[in-house]
Design a protein around this ligand. Structure first.
Ligand SMILES: C[S@@+](CC[C@H](N)C(=O)[O-])C[C@H]1O[C@@H](n2cnc3c(N)ncnc32)[C@H](O)[C@@H]1O
Length: 287
């Protein structure tokens, strides 16, 4: 779990070209994340914690341990946890939440696309849950206007470390400034210990949001049911074009006709053949 990477000045933490190739191949196959040669210093920095935790002196020793028989099965998930970039924010790319409130939710509730069932939403690369709880806040606000609206948010990610943070739903207060003031008052609880500078999402929202591990490149994953809204933001950038297409095709299968897909503002789906119609910048309707 990483927000930033720091170069490692320790020469014992250098990766040989061969170990780097083996690692980047494993990471690509296991997660779809492309690691180009320019990322070598980043990989060295991010694996340092694992090397120390296991008591090895060098990255070479760690690689011997890793690439022994059964090593990847044992340690592979830890590598993915260490390599993923989990940077996120509440109400990141805020136009998406405006579109949700002013266009998608009125459309969906008017069309009855979910026919009395709870509105199902999915944050498919959720990181620590800021995106999922932003969604939940918008939906909870909307449901206070449309009384019959019930909803759920499924938050999934490949990284185990972040899922625990999301389920706990405790965040540094400094992270909450993008949350609109009235939502902060309604949906955040302050710690009794004022010096802690932490807040927790209220139980009424926590009970609507569930966290689970899901690897978007795993061909075997199945969602329990189709979704009306899917957020797939700031994860496609880590995949090559072919993987992006495969991942998006699978996500489309998980969205009901008339539902919506949101991708990150620096991500594009141009050139892919997908059952989607663009309805706003980086927002698509499932056809
Ligand atoms: C930069 S964060 C984006 C978080 C959030 N969607 C946002 O836009 O703020 C990217 C997330 O994608 C996750 N990720 C990377 N590869 C994945 C995969 N193959 N399956 C599921 N999640 C993946 C990472 O663990 C990380 O938490």
């Amino acid at each position: 779990m990483n927000a930033i990477s720091t170069p490692d000045p320790n020469p014992n933490m250098d990766l040989s070209a061969r170990d780097f190739d083996s690692l980047s191949r494993f990471i690509g196959e296991a997660s779809g994340i492309r690691i180009s040669a320019t990322k070598k210093t980043m990989v060295e920095g991010r694996l340092r914690g694992r090397v120390r935790a296991l008591g090895f002196a060098t990255l070479r020793d760690y690689c011997i341990y890793l690439f022994r028989e059964g090593g990847l099965a044992e340690e592979g998930d830890r590598i993915i946890d260490a390599i993923t970039t989990n940077k996120t924010d509440f109400f990141r790319e805020v136009e998406h939440f405006h579109f949700l409130t002013h266009t998608a939710l009125p459309e969906l509730t008017r069309n009855g696309a979910f026919q009395g069932e709870p509105l199902r939403t999915w944050s498919c690369a959720a990181s620590i849950g800021a995106e999922a709880y932003s969604l939940a806040m918008v939906l909870a606000d909307y449901s206070s206007e449309v009384r019959s609206l019930r909803f759920s948010v499924l938050a999934t990610d490949i990284c185990n470390d972040v899922l625990g943070v999301g389920a706990e739903a405790i965040y540094p207060e400094a992270m909450t400034s993008p949350i609109p003031q009235h939502m902060r008052a309604r949906y955040l609880m302050r710690s009794r210990d004022r010096s802690a500078s932490e807040v927790r999402i209220v139980p009424e929202l926590r009970e609507r949001v569930s966290f689970a591990r899901l690897n978007l490149v795993d061909p075997g994953y199945r969602l329990p049911t189709q979704m009306q809204i899917a957020f797939c933001r700031n994860v496609l950038i880590y995949f090559d074009k072919a993987t992006q297409h495969t991942v998006l095709s699978r996500i489309c299968e998980s969205i009901v006709a008339g539902g919506y897909l949101f991708v990150g503002h620096s991500e594009t789906i141009t050139g892919f053949s997908l059952p989607l119609r663009q309805v706003a910048p980086t927002v698509f309707a499932r056809v």
